[in-house]
Design a protein around this ligand. Structure first.
Ligand code: TNX
Length: 529
């Protein structure tokens, strides 16, 4: 068996480790309920996601009133911005002034862009801490941003402190590490979503997928079809007032996410899940009659009119405006649960929808049902099956992966954040069974789907469907702590994964989540302090 180079590097660090050196690679898979609570982890051992390698060595850097953040000699605007954002993030908990200055020499936190930094890739970094300061080195500003998030975890949750001496060398396993929010079933404001972006970016999640439309609501303003948002966005599940985002608000969210190196992937779900659009525009129905607004939680009853040319003018204009608003390379076109669209119509519709995405210069993402039709070259399939998904469906995904279509893994019985943890969980659904924290984490994306090798896996994503989630408390209860498991599965090398180590790293995040006022579920098999 070939040992991936990064894992090898981690093992070498372990093998070479003198007593003072610790490594985050953690093995063993079993929770042992009757055990003594495990000893507290040292700072370099508790990083989450676990880095490729980390070792503590020598004295550290006293992070105090005199600390400055130095953004290097190159006067790079973006590096300057990364430095400013890091200062802002560190000022809150530490209470220090942390001025951001140019230059590279002198004590403090030093951000260094080094295009030759070996092994760092697009997002990797190196962090070195000693008495004179902490140096963050990366090939890209994104790498420096991730390094800064690691630095945050090496500091105390509150107050000034010492960054222990040592080195972290790190890079992600997968390029796509995503979280999805369904703002269609229940409406959420841009401010609420920004809060999630902040929380996720600190754990190196780099993609925010927005499920913007569904039977119950249309949440994004489209100039050429103004009633989509105004009429189609008026309601939500349960009948409360819905809402929608203006283009300005959407742009603001995209920019905010972008500054945190989180790409936005907007989704317009079709040809099913379109009742909200069909309630706003009669012409989107084959019978020419507007639908009633829908406030229930059934799926699979609506379909665009596949034989009608006006349908394609509609998707061209909607996707055109969305492409124009979105700097990222992906547009998600749904394609799931089209139970009211005959198979041949579905395939014909998806052919045209994919062509529209290409025409507007973007790459298609769709739920994995697209594999049962004709996925375009390069179209990304988002797998949301589970242990009971029919073998033929899985085989279609494997065949598409073999033909070159990348796969995002969102197994519903692992990564669906709307699944209840256990019987007593108040919000949530349970159609895949319960998903405790251990189950959400304990699987390997690189070998999960038969016939989908690691090289075909673009990454992982945890969707938060909101049929039963209407407020921040429930959102956070369902997302946390499971979404941290997603972050680690997406980032950490396979050799660093393992429940026993993970549950201890997770427990160590408890005080951080508390300090950020995140309402997480205190899973009983995690040794929270
Ligand atoms: C399946 S996943 C759906 C959603 C629901 C979700 C509830 C997928 C592509 N479709 O429409 O909200 O289950 O868990």
């Amino acid at each position: 068996m070939r040992v991936p180079r990064r894992t090898l590097a981690a093992l070498l660090v372990l093998a070479a480790a003198p007593a003072a050196v610790s490594c985050t690679a953690a093995h063993g898979d079993d929770a042992r309920p009757g055990d003594e609570p495990p000893a507290a982890l040292a700072p370099y051992e508790r990083l989450l996601p676990a880095p490729v390698s980390a070792r503590a060595q020598g004295p550290g850097y006293a992070f105090g009133p005199g600390t400055v953040i130095r953004t290097g000699l190159t006067q790079d605007e973006e590096v300057r911005r990364v430095g400013e954002l890091l200062a802002e993030q560190l000022r809150g908990p530490s209470g220090l002034p942390l001025p951001v200055v140019g230059g590279a020499d002198g004590d403090g936190i030093r951000l260094r862009l080094d295009e030759g930094a070996e092994g760092a890739g697009e997002e990797g970094y190196r962090l070195e801490s000693g008495p004179g300061g902490v140096t963050l080195t990366a090939r890209t500003p994104a790498g420096l941003f991730h390094a800064g998030q690691t630095l945050r975890q090496l500091l105390p949750v509150s107050g000034p402190g010492t960054v222990p001496g040592g080195t972290v060398t790190d890079a992600p396993r997968f390029a796509y590490r995503g979280a999805m929010v369904d703002v269609a079933r229940h409406f959420f404001t841009v401010e609420q979503v920004k809060r999630y972006v902040d929380q996720l970016a600190q754990y190196k999640v780099n993609t925010l997928h927005l499920h913007l439309t569904d039977d119950q609501g249309w949440r994004i303003a489209i100039d050429s079809w103004p009633k989509l948002a105004r009429t189609g966005g008026a309601g939500q599940v349960g009948g409360g007032p819905g809402g929608y985002w203006t283009k300005e608000q959407y742009r603001e969210l995209v920019a905010y996410a972008g500054e945190r190196y989180v790409d936005v992937v907007p989704e317009i779900d079709m040809p099913g899940h379109v009742n909200a659009a069909q309630s706003a525009y009669a012409e989107l129905n084959c019978d020419g009659k507007a639908r009633e607004p829908y406030t229930g939680i059934k799926v699979g009853f609506s379909s665009l009119c596949v034989g009608e040319e006006r349908t394609y003018e509609f998707i061209d204009q909607v996707l055109g405006e969305l492409a124009e608003l979105t700097p990222g390379k992906y547009l998600h076109i749904g394609g799931d649960e089209a139970n009211s669209t005959p198979a041949a119509d579905y395939a014909a519709f998806m052919d045209r929808a994919q062509a529209v995405v290409a025409k507007h210069g973007k790459t298609v993402v769709a739920w994995h049902q697209l594999a049962t039709a004709r996925p375009a070259k390069g179209a990304v399939l988002q797998y949301w099956g589970h242990d009971r998904t029919p073998a033929a469906e899985k085989a279609a995904v494997a065949a598409a992966a073999k033909a070159g279509n990348p796969v995002i893994l969102s197994p519903a019985d692992r990564l669906y954040l709307d699944m209840k943890y256990e019987k007593a969980t108040k919000p949530g659904l349970a159609w895949t069974g319960y998903v405790p924290v251990k189950r959400a984490y304990s699987w390997d994306p690189g070998s999960y789907l038969n016939g989908v090798p690691e090289s075909a896996v673009l990454g992982v994503e945890a969707p938060l469907w909101t049929e039963t989630i209407a407020a921040r408390g429930d959102w956070e209860l369902m997302a946390y702590p499971r979404v941290l498991g997603l972050a680690e599965l997406g980032w950490s090398p396979a050799g660093a994964l393992g429940w026993d180590g993970y549950r201890r790293r997770l427990a160590a995040q408890g005080p951080r989540l508390d300090a950020q006022d995140i309402a997480y579920y205190r899973a009983p098999d995690v040794p929270w302090s």
